[in-house]
Design a protein around this ligand. Structure first.
Ligand code: DX5
Ligand code: ZN
Length: 217
């Protein structure tokens, strides 16, 4: 089993002291920072837009993993690219022309991701798989940190891993939602490359130790 990349989600950081949260991530051994962008429509809460990523970019050289939980994702691509995102992931459930949005992301020079909610089957994204740089399998219904993982979603990671192998695709696999030190073992076993963790990172007494344990070290 290979060691996954850890992407702490700033959703669980203290927004009134975001710089402390970013420094915690920078010094923790995590390789990525995950930005949960919520628009109050695709999901009920509203979080932040590209300015957050642009401001944080001055304080971190980690990989920026932007997760758009928004309607009309195509309207946000260039803004996040300019803000310094490395991966821009959107939900095909919110887009008819998902392939075009992947091309749009690639035109900005960034990596393109697609994410599916628990009720979306892998078959809904099979046609997009050859074009994706990352596939984010949600293991909770999006919108909130601190939820309990739905373990039934993890088989999708195994299915997508086998499909990647069979077809020679290049995407990374990521899991997001309710991943903690216990549930991360099942995610690693399913073959995930990236683990997103909000509560398990920012709620930990020692975030560096949490990162090691999420990696299974
Ligand atoms: C949920 C977000 C997640 C969230 C995960 O809608 O996409 O990235 O931050 O938080 P935890 O790890 O607390 O479930
Ligand atoms: Zn997320």
């Amino acid at each position: 089993m290979k060691t996954p990349i850890i992407a702490p989600s700033v959703l669980s950081a203290d927004f009134s002291d975001i710089i402390s949260g970013i420094k915690q991530v920078n010094n923790s051994g995590a390789e990525w920072i995950h930005f949960d962008v919520m628009d109050g429509s695709f999901v009920p809460p509203i979080t932040f837009g590209s300015k957050m990523a642009a401001d944080v970019r001055k304080h971190s050289e980690l990989i920026f993993d932007v997760h758009l939980m928004t309607e009309h994702p195509h309207t946000h691509i260039e803004d996040f690219a300019e803000a310094g995102a490395d991966y821009i992931t959107f939900h095909p459930e919110a887009a008819v022309h998902a392939h075009r949005i992947i091309e749009q992301i690639h035109k900005t020079g960034k990596k393109a991701g697609i994410s599916i909610v628990p009720s979306t089957p892998v078959s809904a994204i099979t046609e997009l798989c050859p074009f994706a740089d990352i596939i984010l399998v949600m293991t909770v219904n999006p919108g909130y940190g601190g939820q309990k993982m739905i373990p039934e979603c993890l088989y999708k990671v195994s299915v997508l891993r086998e499909l990647r192998e069979e077809k020679g695709y290049a995407y990374l696999l990521s899991v997001d939602g309710g991943i903690n030190e216990e549930t991360s073992a099942a995610a690693r076993k399913a073959g995930t490359d990236v683990i997103v963790a909000g509560t398990a990172f920012f709620g930990a007494e020692n975030p560096s130790e949490a990162v090691s344990r999420l990696k299974g070290l």
